[in-house]
Design a protein around this ligand. Structure first.
Ligand SMILES: NC(=O)c1ccc[n+]([C@@H]2O[C@H](COP(=O)([O-])OP(=O)(O)OC[C@H]3O[C@@H](n4cnc5c(N)ncnc54)[C@H](O)[C@@H]3O)[C@@H](O)[C@H]2O)c1
Length: 244
């Protein structure tokens, strides 16, 4: 018996990295997973490995966000869980951010959270049950440099999570955020963030590098029925880097 037996979960950004590890954990706990990602080939590969369905979609495009939910309902007839992990992890100094890039990051990292959350809450509301887990970042609390639009968008994700909790609680839907610390995902390792792991490790209570699998158990708890008295919260999962 897994704590997600018979549950259908959408995981965005699940072609690689933290989203992929979360999708794997949810399947281990009994869920059927829909892998939604901009990277269609990566989504198809992950879905094949996980025995799930893949949807190629850009979460910052309204019709694509709706397509993720519609495909899930067509294939499985229900959606119990949304884990929204899709995001761009940029590395850009404050004085090099131009407005077009700012808009791009905010559009994918914050608008996407709104669009997929709005599409999924309708069937969840009709069913009287839902679990939304939005992936934020501890960089919001740390004010991490070289990530201006990202940090601002992740603050928005935490704010939106609280609003979802407040407005959707009466329909049996919880919404929580998980805020990872720096993690050795494909995305992070492809940027200058790859050189920050030892520095950040020195700030952590637990002295080792973080991996995508370190984030998945917290998400699986919040995605399960047993987290039913927890909503509107942000769980920081970062080896004790942020401690306030
Ligand atoms: N890696 C870290 O250090 C770290 C730290 C804190 C928070 N996070 C958060 O964890 C989540 C996963 O990050 P990661 O490090 O695994 O990243 P990653 O870059 O390895 O994976 C991100 C995935 O999202 C997909 N994606 C990007 N834009 C998309 C779009 N518009 N529509 C659909 N899919 C899209 C990518 O194709 C990719 O598969 C993100 O929300 C990120 O902000 C990461």
């Amino acid at each position: 018996m897994g704590k997600l037996d018979n549950r259908v979960a959408i995981v965005t950004g699940a072609a690689q990295g933290i989203g992929r590890a979360i999708a794997g954990k949810l399947v281990e706990e009994g869920a059927t997973v829909v892998v939604a990602d901009l990277n269609g080939d990566g989504a198809a590969k992950a879905a094949e490995e996980l025995g799930g369905v893949a949807v190629q979609a850009d979460v910052s495009v309204e019709a694509d966000a709706q397509k993720i939910v519609d495909t899930t309902l067509e294939r499985h007839g229900r959606v119990d869980v949304l884990v929204h992990a899709a995001a761009i992890v940029p590395f850009v100094p404050w004085d090099e951010v131009d407005f077009a890039y700012w808009r791009k990051i905010v559009s994918v990292n914050l608008d996407g959270t709104y669009l997929v959350g709005r599409a999924v809450e309708k069937p969840m509301r009709a069913a009287g049950y839902g679990r939304i887990v939005n992936i934020a970042s501890n960089s919001f609390f740390a004010g991490t440099p070289n990530m201006g639009p990202y940090v601002a968008a992740k603050g928005g994700v935490i704010g939106l999570t609280r609003v979802q909790a407040t407005e959707l609680g009466k329909y049996g839907i919880t919404s929580n955020a998980v805020a990872p610390g720096i993690i050795r995902s494909e995305g992070a390792l492809a940027t200058p963030h790859k050189d920050s792991f030892d520095f950040v490790q020195a700030l952590q209570a637990l002295p080792r590098h973080g991996h995508p699998a370190d984030i998945a158990p917290a998400v699986s708890f919040l995605a399960s029925e047993e987290s039913g008295w927890v909503t509107g919260q942000t769980l920081v999962v970062d080896a004790g880097h942020i401690r306030d």
